[in-house]
Design a protein around this ligand. Structure first.
Ligand code: EPZ
Length: 430
């Protein structure tokens, strides 16, 4: 099984270029099949979640032409199947976006019900509430969600809780529902805005994305487009924390600084120097970084996908910090792995109380999920000695060329898949 092996201690220094946003691309790719014309999407991140969704798009009959690792041409005119295969939802939950896009275009869709995952149960009741409000009949049979509508009719939908997935799924279906749909208590993440902009570039009529009230005037059909994905807010934040935790000096390029404000604010509170440019952010770590408190919230609050990276950074700061995870019910599993490096963190329900320590020592750890895996890697880069991170396929779902980008910043890290290769790495770096 592939793993990352690293020797910590080097401050990360230099520049890193951020890839396209995985969580924008997943919604946009699902929406791309809503027209029978060609759609060209670029700045796609070359990560396994994207590659799996492209396989699923081809599997239902759309034409998928990979023009390069970051650009794809999709044509949804020959879709012959409104039922998505089980293997795809098992590989990535975001396959459930086909519910909204196929329902919008064909008034029918069948997608296996996504299970829970390592960070919580993650129900999709709000998605289904939205589809029913638009006039669809929703059934759950044999482990699949089956949605069907004679006609989709606009509705005034109030989401019981802020949900990125439900906002995107309902937005897609409502784009082709007759009349004006209003989504209240909508999610406001940058990737919601990107999906709305993409749909509007196809001829949809969506206003208010990025606020908590989105208005969608349904249209009869959507046309082809060419679109570029926004930069990945969470990949950028991960490298910002990597600079802070290793006391380095990194310029994170190809970002939208506004999307990073919550992360920049917290790193500044810790005493890091954070300098914003038009499309870059520079983070300079300081020898003595202070404690602070964080609560994850829907955008523009501190993103839950940055919670593990912030916790590991605070675990090497001075003083006691409190981090509250208010979005998912089980997103501190990695704390037990981090303890193997010498961290002092007590988790009580949704709150982690972090007593900063002076150093980590390298250890063998396992990635429990995508973001926690990335957090354990940056912790290893700050630790004394060797760290290996197992189950790195989680990390490869959302980070393009992760070890290459870190290596270019001075990290002593390699991807290995045998103990022999790991031994050779140790021998070589000494
Ligand atoms: C998206 O997941 C992201 N995934 C997640 O990123 C991210 O953590 C999350 O939004 C929050 O920002 C993608 O975009 C592919 P939600 P999603 O619906 O849409 C509950 C990563 O690391 N809920 O906003 O599934 C849910 O259980 C991933 O890239 C319901 O109860 O998140 C959670 O507690 C991890 N009923 C909360 O709401 C519903 O119908 C927020 O979930 C929907 C959600």
């Amino acid at each position: 099984m592939e793993q990352y092996i690293m020797k910590g201690g080097n401050p990360l220094v230099g520049e890193v270029v951020i890839s396209g946003a995985k969580n924008a691309a997943l919604g946009i790719l699902a929406a791309s099949i809503m027209t029978d014309e060609d759609v060209i999407i670029d700045n796609l991140p070359d990560v396994s979640d994207i590659n799996v969704l492209l396989e699923a798009i081809a599997e239902i009959g759309a034409k998928v032409e990979r023009m390069d690792r970051h650009t794809v041409k999709i044509n949804g005119s020959n879709i012959h199947n409104i039922s998505v295969d089980d293997e795809y939802i098992r590989k990535i939950r975001a396959s459930y976006y086909f519910l909204g896009s196929l329902l919008g275009k064909y008034k029918s869709a069948q997608v296996p019900l996504p299970g829970g995952c390592n960070i919580g149960s993650r129900p999709i009741d709000q998605h289904l509430k939205g589809f029913m409000a638009l006039g669809a009949d929703v059934k759950i049979e044999k482990g699949a969600v089956i949605v069907h509508a004679i006609d989709l009719v606009a509705s005034h939908i109030y989401l019981d809780l802020v949900s990125v997935g439900a906002t995107i799924n309902i937005m897609m279906a409502a784009s082709m529902a007759e009349g004006q749909t209003i989504i209240e208590n909508a999610a406001k993440e940058p990737h919601i805005v990107d999906v709305a902009n993409f749909l509007n570039s196809m001829g949809a009529n969506i206003k208010g994305a990025g606020t908590d009230i989105i208005r969608i005037k349904g249209v009869k059909s959507l046309h082809g487009t060419q679109y570029s994905i926004i930069p990945d807010q969470i990949e950028a934040g991960t490298f910002m924390c990597a600079a802070a935790i290793t006391r380095g000096d990194v310029i994170v390029r190809n970002v939208i600084p506004k999307h990073l404000e919550a992360i920049s604010a917290k790193l500044s509170e810790m005493g890091c120097e954070v300098i914003e440019f038009d499309d870059a952010v520079r983070v300079v770590g300081k020898p003595l970084q202070r404690h602070t408190n964080v609560k994850t919230l829907p955008y523009p609050g501190f993103p839950t996908d940055m919670q593990p990276q912030m916790v590991v950074t605070l675990a090497l700061a001075s003083g006691t910090s409190m981090v509250t995870e208010s979005i998912f019910e089980n997103r501190f599993k990695y704390v037990d792995e981090l303890a193997r490096m010498g961290s002092k963190i007590q988790v009580e329900g949704s709150v982690a109380v972090i007593d900063g320590v002076n150093k980590f020592t390298g250890a063998k750890v396992k990635a429990p999920d995508l973001r926690a895996g990335a957090a354990l890697v940056i912790a290893g880069l700050a630790a004394d000695g060797y760290t290996t991170v197992d189950d790195i396929e989680y990390i490869q779902r959302g980070y393009e060329k992760f070890e290459e980008k870190l290596h270019a910043l001075g990290a002593v890290i390699e991807r290995v898949d045998t103990d022999k290769e790991a031994a050779k790495f140790r021998f070589r770096v000494g």
